[in-house]
Design a protein around this ligand. Structure first.
Ligand code: SF4
Length: 490
């Protein structure tokens, strides 16, 4: 484990976790090779898209109450603002909270600033943020431009903290440093942990929940064990963040999102990570509750809760299993959510005919086997053939879906679902990732899949009117044709 909060930056995922963005094989194969960290990163000779780790960092910290974000970057990098603002509004509505204005500023680095430096513009932006918003913290997110010209954000932010009396925190999330956009989650977590979190001497009854902007679905589950969730980091304020080391444990809705923060809280602040699968799907939720019960010496109570919950959801679950019988699904999402979806699909009796993860971490920051999500999928669901890793790449998944022809595509991101529907496959965008948590999450996702399957006729009609940019030549090739070493673009 390579966590060092005294350093300004952490290593990118490729180096820390052996993250890759290209693979074709099976879940069993990727698991076995990853245990030995034996998969070498491969480029593609043709790539359609990528994303920036700065947007992932921005998406987390721009939702912290009382914070202002300064994007120290050319104005084009501020295209993140619109998406983050939408996330803030949608999430605030789900949690029934008032968040006020979205507060972000771009320093608008221009060509001359790459020669003379952007320190003056950064100071101007920080003073403007203080005057306009009077924030409790100002995060400064780095960009390719500020990184390449070697801006000394460390000393600039320290000077500005002294000058303004506001904690000015640098976040090193330059897009060019990593091909794995989720590196930005780690960069935001590193900045928060090293500059804001304090060591606590007392324990509370909180469980830290690393999540996005979703609904407060953990309240009910944890209440039964006399515990309270503390949702991090969207919609937390600085006072709450300072205290998170008083928690009895840290849990994630997604190991990809929370791996670094959970491991750093464990190694640097004595808050254990819950050593169990993510609570998605029935078997995984059982294991998660058992582990929480063990951590707070309430093992018997946890067993009672599991029994009660199984009985409570049984009628609805049986009904859904009957309705979804024989349906084949394909899964496309971020790394750990793929396995969570597979766990729920298994609870619903669906057949998984393949999956595509947007990247793959060969290890997590805490190397515990209990949190290895591919390992947990193999244990509870079994092997998944046609297991692929691609950083989206619509040309590749169009080819895959054309060959596999599932009944339904389980997607997480809004930009993907539009493409999937045009290809004639039912699928929906999971607007609230917390919706799939716990026993109720199995029912909620099952109902949504059933509802979505009924759009089959509509999406088939849509596909008939859709002019695909892909030729028959491409659809007849192997989908991994442009993986490094196989074929060059002519
Ligand atoms: S930080 Fe770099 S990769 Fe990210 S949006 Fe800006 S220029 Fe693009």
């Amino acid at each position: 484990m390579s966590i060092n909060l005294s350093l300004p930056e952490l290593d990118v995922r490729e180096k820390r976790l052996g993250a890759i963005i290209s693979y074709n094989g099976s879940a069993q194969d990727i698991y076995e090779k990853s245990l030995k960290r034996a998969i070498k990163p491969k480029e593609r000779s043709f790539s359609q898209c990528a994303a920036c780790s700065s947007s992932c960092a921005f998406g987390i910290i721009s939702n912290i109450i009382g914070a202002v974000i300064i994007n120290h970057a050319p104005v084009g990098c501020a295209s993140d603002f619109a998406q983050a603002q939408n996330g803030l509004r949608r999430g605030a509505a789900l949690r029934s909270i008032e968040v006020g204005k979205f507060k972000a500023i771009s320093t608008n680095l221009e060509e001359k600033d790459t020669i003379y430096g952007g320190k003056g513009k950064l100071r101007e932006a920080v003073l403007l943020a203080k005057e306009r918003f009077n924030p409790t913290v100002i995060f400064v997110t780095a960009s390719c431009a500020s990184g390449i010209i070697g801006e000394d954000l460390e000393s600039s932010t320290e000077e500005l903290t002294q000058e303004t009396g506001i904690n000015v925190v640098p976040v090193y999330c330059e897009g060019f440093k990593s091909k794995v956009w989720t590196t930005g989650f780690d960069a935001s977590g590193h900045a928060i942990l090293r500059k804001l979190v304090k060591k606590s001497t007392q324990k509370s009854n909180y469980v830290n929940i690393i999540n996005f902007q979703g609904d407060h679905v953990f309240d009910r589950l944890l209440e039964k064990l006399d515990l309270k969730p503390r949702y991090l980091f969207p919609f937390s304020n600085i006072e709450e963040i300072e205290k998170i080391s008083d928690a009895v444990a840290t849990a994630n809705i997604c190991e990809t999102l929370g791996s670094y923060v959970a491991a750093a809280l464990e190694s640097e602040f004595d808050v254990p990570e819950v050593r169990a699968p993510i609570p998605t799907g029935i078997a995984w939720t059982d294991e998660w509750l058992r582990e929480i019960g063990r951590l707070v010496n309430k093992e018997e109570k946890a067993e009672e809760v599991i029994k009660e919950e199984h009985e409570r959801i049984k009628p609805k679950l049986d009904d859904l299993k009957e309705k979804l019988k024989g349906k084949k699904i394909y899964i496309m999402a971020g790394d750990s959510i793929v396995q969570s979806y597979a766990s729920i699909a298994n609870s619903l009796g669906l057949e998984i005919v393949g999956s595509l993860a947007f990247h793959h971490d060969q290890i997590y920051d805490n190397h515990y086997e209990e949190i290895n999500t591919v390992g947990n999928m193999l244990k509870h669901v079994g092997n998944v053939e046609n297991y692929c890793v691609a950083n989206k790449q619509p040309y590749e998944f169009t080819n895959i879906l054309n060959k596999i022809n599932p009944d339904f595509v389980l997607v997480r991101h809004p930009d993907i679902v539009g493409v999937v529907n045009k290809l004639g496959f039912p699928g929906f965008h999971l607007a609230d990732p917390n919706m799939i948590i716990g026993y109720d999450g199995v029912i909620a996702l099952g109902e949504k899949i059933y509802e979505s399957l009924r759009t089959k006729k509509y999406v088939e009609t849509l596909s008939k009117h859709f002019q695909s940019p892909y030729t028959d030549w491409w659809l007849n090739q192997e989908w991994s044709t442009f993986e490094e070493g196989r074929r060059e673009v002519e």
